[in-house]
Design a protein around this ligand. Sequence first.
Ligand code: CKP
Ligand code: MG
Length: 312
Amino acid sequence: MDVLSVGETMVLFSPKTNGQLRYANDFSARIAGAETNTLIGLAKLGHKTSWISRVGNDELGAKIVSAVRGEGVDTTHVKHDKEAATGLFLKEKTNAQTSSIFYYRKDSAASKMTSEDIENIDVSDTKYLYITGITPALSKSCEEMIFALLHKAKKEKVTVVFDPNIRKKLLDKNNGVELIKKIIGLSDIVLPGKSEGDFLFDTTDAAEISKYCRNLGAGAVVVKLGEKGAYYENKDQNGFVGAYSVPYVMDPVGAGDGFAAGLLSGLLDELAWKDAVKRACAMGALVTQVDGDIEGLPTQDQLQAFMESDNQ
Ligand code: CKP
Ligand code: MG
């Protein structure tokens, strides 16, 4: 297995019209979840990926599993929970530029995951474990499960990649920051964004964010800088990679997950760090140009063509 991940995927209902949600009558229904976005991005590039989760024993759960499996991600470790429902969320488009999201995921099937969900999973042939800060924020039992999985991965020398993906609506107000910092300290590669640097360390400076993460114990850090590209640092090297220019941004949600897929794909293909980060930036740029989280994730040929055209 190239990349294993665990997390919640929901159905996202997006209104076809702008304005208050109370007046929205027509919606599109798409699947969305940071971890499956990344796994799907990797699968579309030809890598072997597997997803651990729970969905409800319901229609939305069936929709999610069939979509994720249909994209080529292994779903053997996804359970159908008979007691809890699949989570969902709604988008409210205030105007063409701004939107808000409303989660309906409290006590969802995925939030009921426990350490038992990962107990019998053999990670010894897994190259990378990819996790985000969303999963441990879902519930206490999910938090315990993430640490159990992290320890299992460490024991088997699986490389741990962590995207903090701060969700203020989910993180515990009192110890949320400490929780994220603890996971940063246990990770081999951390992928924060500028706003996450601000939230965690009170700085938006890429080199400083990286220093803070590395002081906590992270091996390597790649800071996502949006339209400015990315900054990477590990024990041997550091540097900036410029962003790919895009003609327009249709939907920035999911760009971070595409970025993670690009980086992991580059590392799996044993590219130099700078080139893996370049691939990450290209993936992020491609995702922003299409509505939806996974719909803009490219095939190998599309990625190659985009990177070869002079967009950077
Ligand atoms: O940080 P991103 O915009 O790349 O993440 C978007 C995803 O998992 C989205 O798909 C949503 O379902 C979520 O983050 C979430 O739980 O907020
Ligand atoms: Mg993100």
